[in-house]
Design a protein around this ligand. Structure first.
Ligand SMILES: [Zn+2]
Length: 356
C-alpha cells in the first residue's frame, strides 16, 4: 500500500511557484506557510513536507493567494479524506478562478490534505497507519503519518488563519445529501460568526453540531481545531460515492465565493440560504453485524422512526440483521456499497428542528 503513494509522490513536482501581479515594495512582509512565502498581489503554489519518522513522510500541496489589499485569512482544506473528490476538484477550479487583484485578504488552499489516502484510494483510513486523519487533530510532531499530517496542517495552516472551512463529501461508500456542520460552542461571538458562515455557504441543510470537543489539545477534527483556537469554522459535505459530478463541485465553488463576499474578501453580496433547515438532533446509526449491506433508503429521504434503513446478510445471502431508524428525520447519508463491519456507520439521520 505504501508503494502506491510513494509512486504518487514521485509524479508530483517538488516545488513550483507561480507568481503573478505587479511588483510590490520590498518592505512588504511575506506571509509564510511551510516553505512558501507570498507577498501582496501574488499566488504561490508548492508542497509542504511532512518528514519521515517511524513511517515514511509525505507532501501536502498548498496554494496561497494573497490579495493586493489587507483582509482576513481564509483556509480551505480539501482531502482530509482522500477518497472525497468533489472538494479536491472544487479547489482546482477555485485556484484557476482567483485573481489577487481586487482580492482583500489571503486564501490558503490545502488541495489534498491526505495524499497517502488519495493515492491509496482508501476510505476513512490511511493506508499507512490505518488512522482516520480527521480524528487525530491537532496531531503530533513525532506521531504516525496521519498524526504528523495533522500536526503540519494545525501549525502551518490552522494556526495562521482567521477562518476555516473543512471540505468533505460522502466518502467512497457513502451516498450523501449535501449539508453543513454548524458547531455550537456556547460562546455567543463565535457561534454567531459560525452560523453566518453556514448560512452564506448556500446549502440549506445545516446540522446543529453540539458535541464537538472543547479541548484545543484534543480537538480530534480539523474544523474543531480551528474552533477551539477561537476561529470560526464549518465543515461542508457536498458529493457522494467517489463521484466527481459537476453539481457537487459547483456547489462548493459557489459556496466558497459567497463566503468570501460575506467576509468582504470579494465585492458583492453573499448568497444567503433563504430557508435553512436546521437538523437537531442527529444520529449516526451503526451496524450491529459484519457482512454484506443492502441499503433500503435513498440519500435525502424522509424516514419515520422504525423505518428499515438497511439489511445485512451473511456471505451466503441469509439476512442476519436489520438496521432501523432510531428517529424521524432526513437521511443525510446512507452507506451504499456492500462491505460492512460491526460498529461502522450505516447511516446518518437528522431530525428537522421545528423552530427553524
Ligand atoms: Zn470526509
Amino acid at each position: 500500500m505504501s508503494r502506491t503513494w510513494r509512486r504518487g509522490k514521485e509524479i508530483v513536482p517538488l516545488l513550483f511557484v507561480l507568481v503573478c501581479g505587479s511588483a510590490l515594495p520590498a518592505q512588504e512582509e511575506a506571509f509564510r506557510v511551510g516553505p512558501l512565502a507570498v507577498r501582496p498581489g501574488e499566488i504561490v503554489s508548492g508542497m509542504i513536507e511532512v518528514p519521515a519518522a517511524a513511517d515514511p513522510g509525505t507532501q501536502i500541496p498548498v496554494t496561497i493567494v494573497r490579495g493586493e489589499r489587507p483582509g482576513p485569512i481564509l483556509a480551505l482544506v480539501a482531502g482530509n479524506h482522500g477518497y472525497e473528490y468533489a472538494p479536491i476538484l472544487a479547489l482546482q477550479r477555485l485556484r484557476a478562478h482567483l485573481n489577487p487583484k481586487g482580492l482583500r485578504g489571503t486564501l490558503i488552499l490545502v488541495h489534498v490534505a491526505n495524499m497517502p489516502s488519495f493515492f491509496g484510494r482508501t476510505i476513512y483510513y490511511s493506508p499507512v497507519d490505518r488512522k482516520n486523519l480527521n480524528r487525530v487533530y491537532p496531531g503530533r510532531r513525532d506521531g504516525t503519518l496521519s498524526e504528523r499530517i495533522a500536526y503540519v496542517i494545525t501549525t502551518e495552516v490552522i494556526e495562521r488563519c482567521d477562518v476555516l472551512v473543512d471540505l468533505h463529501c460522502g466518502d467512497g461508500n457513502e451516498s450523501l445529501r449535501p449539508y453543513v456542520y454548524m458547531p455550537v460552542t456556547g460562546d455567543p461571538r463565535l457561534d454567531a460568526a459560525v452560523r453566518e458562515m453556514a448560512l452564506v455557504f448556500g446549502i440549506e441543510y445545516i446540522v446543529v453540531d453540539r458535541d464537538r470537543p472543547r479541548d484545543p489539545a484534543a480537538s480530534v477534527y480539523c474544523s474543531t481545531t480551528a474552533i477551539t483556537r477561537g476561529k470560526p469554522a464549518i465543515t461542508v459535505e457536498s458529493g457522494y460515492l467517489g463521484t466527481t459530478d459537476p453539481e457537487s463541485v459547483e456547489r462548493i465553488l459557489r459556496g466558497v465565493l459567497s463566503l468570501m463576499r460575506h467576509l468582504q474578501m470579494l465585492d458583492g453580496a453573499p448568497e444567503r440560504v433563504a430557508h435553512p433547515v436546521f437538523l437537531d438532533p442527529t444520529r449516526v446509526v451503526t451496524s450491529p453485524a459484519t457482512g454484506i449491506l443492502y441499503p433500503k433508503v435513498e440519500r435525502g429521504q424522509f424516514v419515520r422512526a422504525g423505518t428499515l434503513l438497511a439489511t445485512i446478510t451473511d456471505f451466503f445471502g441469509r439476512t442476519i440483521a436489520e438496521v432501523r431508524a432510531p428517529l424521524e428525520g432526513i437521511v443525510l447519508y446512507i452507506v451504499a456499497t456492500p462491505p460492512i463491519s460491526q460498529g461502522e456507520p450505516v447511516a446518518f439521520l437528522g431530525a428537522v428542528k421545528p423552530s427553524s
